[in-house]
Design a protein around this ligand. Structure first.
Ligand SMILES: [Zn+2]
Length: 352
């Protein structure tokens, strides 16, 4: 029989050693472990704080440069012409188009840095075939959304310009020249509206891998985003018809969908990766496109004549979640802490 002293000693040792071990455990190993929501928030906060310490160091270690901001060529796809503008002025128009001015200032600053980095990334990539003499265009499907000062003023009015546009200008001004780099190069700053609780590995969505576009926990979307859950109710017939339109050869019995449809595989971030309908196997992103779902993270409930499809998150899921960023900002995190969380292993660099 163990002596009570030994038992007591081991209890003491464990109670000291376990918290120490937990605090040094690596980010990757934490991420791989599924856990409850409440714990996720606590653990993610600890993790983010560890990243934050690194980010803070990086932020104070860069050389602050105070040069004039560069002028860039922007292809206005609506006017069909290229316009020269100051990059910081362009960024105010991007920010106004890509994020609500109601967002927390730190989330807006994170978005401003992401948008600025996107321009520098594009510049590094060289000419785009869609707009040969311009580094970016105003089409959000190809580059980033952009709203000019005049457009915003006529749409939103003087008061909005005074109160909200000034906040957007502040976010751009306070991050002037800041971009996100990996190995000293500007990164591809993908971003989207709302995560399902985790972001996605880029390679699982766009089939190209980037070391800084990896799946990370995003626990705040659930509490802050109005787009966290959406639902689609669709009749068995309409469901099958939609797939038949895209895949002519698909054979499926619409009276037995419970056995004809199957989610085969999910990604690391929880989205449907492989999906089976009848004799056809397709990607979850194609299911999203065909049914026009908010994201590829969905579950299906089978009813007699119809299906209930419940969708989590909004957007492709890769990179920074805007509502996740908003949640982090509301919890007190700074823009560089938000960026360090969503773009793994990156640094902030001051260009001008
Ligand atoms: Zn473009």
């Amino acid at each position: 029989m163990k002596s009570p002293l030994i038992v007591l000693a081991s209890v003491v040792v464990c109670s000291i050693a376990i918290p120490i071990l937990t605090s040094v455990v690596s980010y990757d190993s934490i991420e791989a472990t599924p856990r409850e929501d409440k714990k996720t928030v606590v653990v993610t906060k600890q993790i983010t704080k560890q990243i934050v310490k690194k980010a803070e160091k990086k932020l104070t270690s860069y050389e602050t440069i105070n040069k004039k901001s560069p002028t860039i060529n922007v292809y206005n796809h609506k006017l069909g012409k290229t316009q020269k503008m100051d990059i910081e002025e362009y960024l105010c128009g991007v920010l106004a188009g890509e994020m609500s001015s109601e967002f927390n200032l730190e989330a807006l600053k994170a978005q401003a840095v992401a948008a600025r980095t996107f321009v520098m990334y594009k510049e590094n990539q060289g000419d785009s075939s869609k707009h040969k003499n311009a580094v970016v265009c105003t089409d959000f499907k190809h580059c980033q959304e952009y709203k000019s000062y005049d457009q915003l003023k006529s749409k939103n009015g003087k008061n909005w310009m005074k109160n909200s546009y000034s906040k957007i200008q502040q976010a751009v001004k306070e991050t002037k020249g800041h971009i996100i780099t990996y190995n000293d190069d500007p990164i591809l700053t993908l971003y989207f509206s709302t995560s399902s609780g985790k972001t996605e590995n880029c390679e699982e969505v766009f089939s190209k891998s980037y070391p800084y576009l990896k799946s990370v926990e995003s626990p705040y979307d659930k509490n802050y985003s109005p787009k966290y859950v959406s639902a689609l109710q669709i009749s068995n017939k309409d469901f099958v018809d939609k797939f038949k339109k895209s895949y002519g050869g698909v054979q499926v019995n619409e009276n037995d969908l419970k056995n004809e449809i199957k989610i085969l595989e999910r990604s690391n971030g929880g989205s449907v990766d492989k999906f089976k309908i009848g004799n056809k196997e397709i990607k979850g992103t194609d299911v999203r496109r065909i049914l026009n779902l908010n994201s590829a993270n969905f579950d299906i409930k089978f009813n007699e004549n119809y299906l209930d499809i419940v969708v989590k998150g909004y957007g492709h899921g890769v990179g920074m979640s805007q509502w996740g960023a908003e949640g982090m900002a509301k919890e007190g995190y700074k823009y560089y802490e938000i960026l360090a969380h969503y773009y793994k292993g990156t640094q902030i660099k001051d260009l001008y």
